[in-house]
Design a binder for this molecule. Structure first.
Ligand code: G6P
Length: 614
């Protein structure tokens, strides 16, 4: 994936680039680099492994870096280890490029460039693309022609920012599949991977379309079509929304702050969609009848959003009787049968930029299915690609582990399922109103849960002290999905090897791994699964497992009797929302385990917030 930011204008370009990259570090921070045109017109590159801070220090140590045109990159490694040499930009004294994406035919291009006499300094796919551009520029002497010819030879996905030494105040940009936009500033213009990099306040921009090439000067932006058509100007779009200040709100980590944001995220997402106590999606432009008429509804998503999607599919089936299923987006195109023109495909994504989810959505469109996006980022690629976009209003989420967006996605999909069930005549108005009330009460219930954080801290300390290694997460029904999400949290931020299993499936193999002291985290929020969960707990406890149960409640103390410790997240049972309450308690649990282990919680190793490569 990676983040791209370039600036040309009256300001100090390197400083602008560093500020832009700072907002893009969530896309990867394995290395960073910047190319600039010196006052003498030479292309100067500085890059190093590690986070942006390392590059900033190197730049500071290098003395004067004044320039009016610069191009930077923050990397999430795909081809080649995160080393200085593999950091972007790549190129020659004539041309330097930064890249987001994967060039799939890079091995063949590399062979050809070697035959042409190019000497590779890195293991990246990007360097081959840079040399192809350089070669065409050398032959044709025109940057647009060089980029067009090079693009015709590249396979895969790319967003490129390009600097030519011969055009010292111009940035060039082109893309295929990977996102890129041109930002318009009062003083100068920029090239950026996404809106977040354009700063706070009103942001003026042009999205770059597939195959389009942009030539960006300090006061103008000219676009060129992929073929040899004439250049043109485009209207400026305005993203009116002011980016919320990205601070930690007094908490030690973004993740903890974002968990604390959950009640407000729910209010902002749900309340505008509840009118007179009943669900109302009219402002979203969603055609509920079309959804209900779909023989099948498919959810596609990745990571945490996929767990929200699985819970969404479960709500659609239970409340609205819809044949709904959730598929990991990267596997969707292997699904058999694929959806047809009568089906609906719903893509769920926090960022709205995840390449696998976007590709699945596009495949669904090609098969004729109607598409809906559930995203947290208005105007994102997935929102634009779908027939209809419904937005969660969780605000910017900075920490790599998704928390508030997960809760908002699940609650939104529950409310939508309720609206569909009512429309289908499966739920009466009284029941719909009751479910809406339950959802409306969730923010306050979460606040009360967070007041008990110390109890969760104590459990996390105990877990950290006694955890002997591989941790099982088990649950039944929707709780098996909460178990999957909670295991993901623990492994991604606390690096504790953890896997989830449907509790009933354990005895068919995986229980062989349970021995004295094996940690088992049991999730039990669904009352109808309680009896069977108790049996599962006894099965593992009798084999020596150390069982920690996260439940909604435990009225008769049976869960306590079958576990070493129990945390009950709910005061009064509320079946529609209890799984979310328990999920939030487990988010806090993972967070505090990671704190005991002094992990880098907001930016875990090897991960990025938004993955824009397939
Ligand atoms: C990455 C992130 C995950 C996230 C997933 C899907 O893998 O590390 O935290 O759940 O992408 O992201 P999306 O933006 O589509 O929800």
């Amino acid at each position: 994936m990676c983040g791209i930011f370039g600036y040309t204008g009256a300001q100090n370009a390197v400083r602008e680039v560093i500020a832009g990259l700072r907002a893009l570090e969530y896309r990867g921070s394995d290395s960073a680099g910047v190319a600039r045109i010196s006052p003498e017109g030479a292309l100067i590159v500085q890059k190093c492994a590690g986070r942006l801070d390392a590059l900033e220090q190197a730049l500071a140590a290098g003395g004067d870096v004044s320039s009016r045109c610069a191009l930077g990159h923050t990397r999430w490694a795909t081809h080649g280890a995160p080393t200085d040499a593999n950091a972007h930009p790549h190129g020659t004294p004539r041309v330097q490029i930064v890249h987001n994406g994967i060039i799939e035919n890079s091995a063949a291009l590399r062979r050809r460039c070697l035959a042409d006499g190019y000497v590779f300094a890195s293991e990246t796919d990007t360097e081959a693309a840079a040399f192809v551009i350089d070669r065409y520029y050398r032959i044709l002497g025109d940057p647009i022609l060089a980029l067009r010819h090079a693009a015709a030879e590249l396979r895969g996905s790319y967003a490129f920012g390009v600097l030519f030494a011969d055009f010292p105040d111009r940035l060039f940009a082109l893309r295929h599949e990977s996102p890129l936009l041109i930002g318009r500033r009062r003083e100068g213009n920029c090239v950026a991977s996404d809106l977040a990099a354009l700063g706070e306040g009103e942001r003026r921009y042009h999205p770059l379309e597939q195959g389009e090439i942009a030539c960006v000067t300090p006061d103008d932006v000219l676009f060129y079509p992929p073929d040899d058509g004439a250049p043109y100007h485009k209207d400026v779009l305005v993203a009116a929304e002011t980016a919320a200040p990205i601070d930690k709100g007094g908490y030690p980590h973004h993740m903890r702050k974002e968990i604390a944001d959950e009640p407000q995220a729910l209010r902002d997402t749900l309340f505008p969609r509840i009118r007179d106590g009943l669900p109302d999606f009219s402002a979203d432009g969603l055609d509920l009848d079309r959804l209900l008429a779909s023989p099948r509804v498919w959810f596609v998503a990745c990571g945490t959003a996929c767990h929200a999607a699985r819970l969404g599919a479960s709500s659609f089936a239970r409340l609205a009787g819809i044949d709904a299923r959730a598929e990991v987006a990267s596997e969707f195109r292997s699904a058999c049968p694929m959806p047809d023109a009568r089906d609906t495909v719903i893509a769920v994504s926090q960022s709205g930029e995840t390449a696998d989810t976007l590709a699945a959505l596009r495949a669904a469109r090609e098969s004729g299915a109607r598409t809906v996006a559930v995203v947290n980022t208005k105007g994102s690629a997935i929102a634009r690609a779908a027939d209809c976009a419904v937005c969660t209003e969780a605000g910017v989420e900075v920490a790599v582990p998704g928390t508030k967006t997960f809760v908002a996605q699940v609650a939104l999909l529950r409310l939508l399922a309720c609206a569909l069930g009512r429309r289908a005549g499966r739920i009466g108005d009284d029941e719909a109103a009751r479910l809406c009330r339950e959802l409306s009460e969730l923010p306050d219930r979460l606040t009360r849960l967070f007041d008990r954080e110390e109890e969760i801290v104590a459990l996390s300390r105990r877990f950290h002290r006694t955890c002997s290694g591989f941790t099982f997460f088990i649950g039944r029904g929707e709780d098996s999905i909460i178990a999957a999400e909670s295991a993901l949290k623990l492994k991604e931020i606390a690096y504790v090897p953890s896997e989830s299993y449907p509790a009933g499936e354990l005895k068919h193999g995986s229980i062989a791994l349970i021995e004295r002291g094996t940690p088992v985290v049991a999730v039990c929020s669904v009352p109808s699964q309680r009896e069977k969960m108790l049996s599962s707990l006894r099965e593992v406890a009798s084999r020596g497992a150390s069982v920690l149960t996260f439940a909604a409640c435990d009225p008769d103390g049976a869960l306590r009797a079958a576990s070493e410790a129990v945390f009950c997240a709910a005061d009064d049972p509320a079946p529609l929302t209890d799984p979310l309450l328990v999920a939030a308690a487990l988010q806090l649990f993972a967070y505090h385990v990671a704190r005991q282990k002094e992990c880098e919680i907001d930016r875990p190793r090897n991960l990025a917030k938004s993955v824009t490569v397939e």
